[in-house]
Design a protein. Structure first.
Length: 124
């Protein structure tokens, strides 16, 4: 991850793009790239989406969008001074405490079966 962070940082520096890489701009660009990834998967069935990487046309497009998402996320974390791996590991540990195996097994995330002690469901 450190190598990728350094390469993305150098890429931006060489192009004098650091001036544009504010947290707000990077977060907006990241959201846009996530939208492009979603667009590739939007109308696929669950089975098609699970096999998307085997599709000779869609697979490379999904790979490219995941690459874009990764680059922007890495750059955002770098600009914020965050260790991305540490942040993810902390979040995983927190989720493990909140959603124990016993309570969460075979229930979808944020399922009403587990309750919403600290994150109520959004209004529909």
């Amino acid at each position: 991850m450190d190598d990728l962070t350094q390469r993305v940082r150098a890429f931006a520096r060489e192009r004098d793009w650091e001036q544009f890489h504010t947290p707000k701009n990077l977060a907006m660009a990241l959201a846009g790239e996530v939208g492009e990834l979603l667009a590739e998967l939007q109308w696929l069935t669950p089975e098609q989406s699970a096999a998307v990487m085997a599709d000779p046309e869609l697979g490379p497009r999904v790979r490219a969008e995941i690459g874009d998402v990764t680059v922007y996320l890495v750059r955002l974390a770098d600009v914020l001074g965050l260790d991305l791996v540490d942040a993810a590991l902390d979040k995983l540990a927190e989720a493990g405490r909140r959603y124990t195996v016993e309570a969460a097994r075979a229930t979808p995330p944020r399922s009403p079966i587990r309750g919403y002690a600290d994150h109520p469901p959004a209004a529909v």
